[in-house]
Design a protein around this ligand. Structure first.
Ligand code: C5P
Length: 222
């Protein structure tokens, strides 16, 4: 079977998570959703009542929290101080606050250390995020950067949320754009493809086609 690390980076709404889970399952590999870690950290910050431009307060809240993340593609496990927050981290409140929290360098150092420890414990793992190929695992076996046209990304996200009203789809598109701009322009670990990443554009491809493409790339990278 596959041994090594597949990294999947890219902006929101590219289908990254569902592709990463499917690839992990097909490879018999572990799966690590680093976005879920930043979202769980954001829950800790919101519950501590810290201001989103107080970098020190944010760092203290994240450092004090007991954040646990599962590494199975089959079941999502996200705990903050023993509370199951798997649903809450997908909500609008967390989604709005996650980019400022994840732009704090000390928060990234804390979470990147844990990501590397989880990866080191696995023989085979698929890791998704924004900076996995560039910063977290520069020596990964196979690096993928997943993109898709902005309209397609907004429609996919709307589909996941069960939204069909054009005005709300436009709002979702604006939110995606704002988060991508924030993630791409931050000083620490901005969203961008690693030099040795293979860019896969999922515009016009269904999920299964993207999964097959990634499995091909992972197979030839071994
Ligand atoms: O992937 P997901 O949309 O759940 O990520 C949520 C947010 O977490 C991103 O918009 C980004 O701000 C942050 N993130 C990050 N680095 C990662 C993964 C996610 O900064 N490796």
């Amino acid at each position: 079977g596959f041994r090594g690390q597949v990294t999947l980076d890219g902006p929101s709404g590219t289908g990254k998570s569902s592709v990463a889970r499917a690839v992990a399952t097909r490879l018999g590999a572990d799966y690590l959703d680093t976005g879920a870690m930043y979202r769980a950290a954001t829950v800790a910050v919101l519950d501590a009542g810290v201001d989103l431009d107080d970098a020190d307060g944010i760092t203290r809240a994240v450092a004090a929290a007991d954040i646990r993340i599962g590494t199975s593609a089959a079941a999502e496990l996200v705990l903050v101080d023993g509370v199951d927050v798997a649903e809450r981290i997908r909500g609008a409140e967390v989604t709005r606050a996650v980019s400022p929290v994840s732009a704090v360098p000390a928060v990234r150092r804390l979470l990147v250390d844990r990501q590397r420890a989880l990866v080191a414990a696995a023989d085979a793992v698929v890791v998704e995020g924004r900076d996995i190929g560039t910063v977290v695992l520069p020596d990964a076996t196979c690096k993928i950067y997943l993109t898709a046209a902005p309209e397609v990304r907004a429609e996919r996200r709307a589909g996941q949320l069960g939204v069909s009203d054009p005005a709300r789809i436009a709002q979702i598109a604006a939110d995606l754009r704002r988060r991508d701009e924030y993630d791409s322009s931050r000083a620490d670990s901005p969203l961008r493809p690693a030099e040795d990443a293979i860019v896969v554009d999922s515009t016009g491809l269904d999920r299964e086609a993207v999964v097959e493409r990634v499995l091909d790339l992972a197979g030839t990278a071994v």
